[in-house]
Design a protein. Structure first.
Length: 83
């Protein structure tokens, strides 16, 4: 498994969290998401998802794992609905 470098993650994540032509972001970069995640569970979930996606990409995990991610989200939604 490849080791994680914080700077590499920040460089990978920032462009995905900033508005661009045809896309308006809810965040102003990764620092904004990290700050918001301290007080909001939805932002924590978004941050965790970004970390997972980064690790998947970094370690060149095959596309099957993305299918599992959707299964996990679907199961989580069912659990939340049943609370």
């Amino acid at each position: 498994m490849t080791s994680i470098d914080d700077d590499d993650f920040l460089m990978w994540a920032n462009p995905q969290l900033q508005s661009s032509s045809g896309f308006i972001s809810f965040y102003n970069g990764i620092d904004d998401l990290i700050e918001r995640a301290k007080n909001d569970d939805d932002d924590k979930a978004n941050l965790l998802g970004m970390v997972c996606n980064y690790l998947i990409e970094l370690n060149e995990v095959n596309e099957y794992l993305y299918e599992l991610e959707y299964d996990i989200i679907e199961l989580n939604n069912k659990l939340v609905e049943n609370e």
